[in-house]
Design a binder for this molecule. Structure first.
Ligand code: ZN
Ligand code: FE
Length: 246
């Protein structure tokens, strides 16, 4: 996504379905959830960029796996993570909590705690003209994260919080799960024309080897059944159903 000449967000697809986001402004870059290090190092070096910080949404290895090697390359960078995860993200050097405001690349970024996938998952909100949310494994296009450590209620409330952001917020999720999420959603709502349209759009992008994310909050409100669920009971039913779906 290109905001303007100076500022872009680039997605690197790694492992089977992870996406590492590189938020670049002029010659500086902030990396979100580096699952691995090599493609990040190559990108930064070949473009002559300075790595300013790493943002960690949660402790899973497919989100922090590349961080140690990046620290070896650039020992002075900021590693920003939840203060509640000092044990599981031990290399953090800027510990944050819900509501904290950070200055990154000269912009204000707010920490939003979004519990459910893990017991201290955070996301990073950057209130640009086009607002940006680095959401980790809390929301996916047409899906949401599995509830590993939190409760259904926590995840439901986290999604509620995301829904309250501006409609034009771009959601940068950490996995490319869009197609399988849409197939599941279509199974639940076979007549939903927005889901059908989105599926053909996504299949086209995949055939062109393009990413299907970020996704737009306004569109997710139509195709994401977890966001559409307006009570905890419906949400829990959908989450259980999705967990069992193959
Ligand atoms: Zn995860
Ligand atoms: Fe993940």
């Amino acid at each position: 996504m290109e905001f303007n000449k100076e500022q872009t967000i680039i997605g690197l697809k790694v492992l089977s379905d992870n996406v590492i986001w590189l938020w670049k402004k002029n010659n500086s870059v902030v990396v979100v959830d580096p699952a691995v290090s090599q493609p990040v190092i190559e990108f930064i070096k070949s473009n002559n960029l300075n790595l300013e910080a790493i943002l960690q949404t949660h402790h899973h290895s497919d989100h922090i796996g590349g961080t140690k090697k990046l620290i070896k390359e650039w020992p002075n960078i900021k590693i920003i993570a939840s203060a509640k995860e000092k044990d599981r993200i031990p290399f953090q050097n800027l510990s944050v909590k819900d509501g904290d405001k950070l200055q990154l690349l000269g912009e204000e970024v707010q920490v939003l705690e979004v519990l459910g996938h893990t017991r201290s998952h955070i996301s990073f909100y950057f209130k640009n003209k086009t607002p940006v949310l680095f959401v980790g494994d809390t929301l996916f296009s047409a899906g949401c994260g599995r509830i590993f450590e939190g409760t259904y209620k926590q995840m439901f409330n986290s999604l509620k919080r995301i829904k309250s952001l501006p409609n034009n917020t771009l959601i940068y999720c950490a996995h490319e799960y869009t197609k399988s999420n849409l197939l599941w959603a279509l199974n639940i709502e076979p007549d939903n024309k927005y889901i059908k349209e989105k599926l053909s759009e996504v299949e086209k992008k995949i055939s062109l080897k393009e990413l299907t994310i970020p996704c737009l909050l306004e569109e997710e409100m139509k195709i994401n059944l977890f966001l559409k669920a307006d009570n905890l009971k419906v949400f829990s039913y959908l989450r259980d159903n999705k967990d069992l779906w193959v």
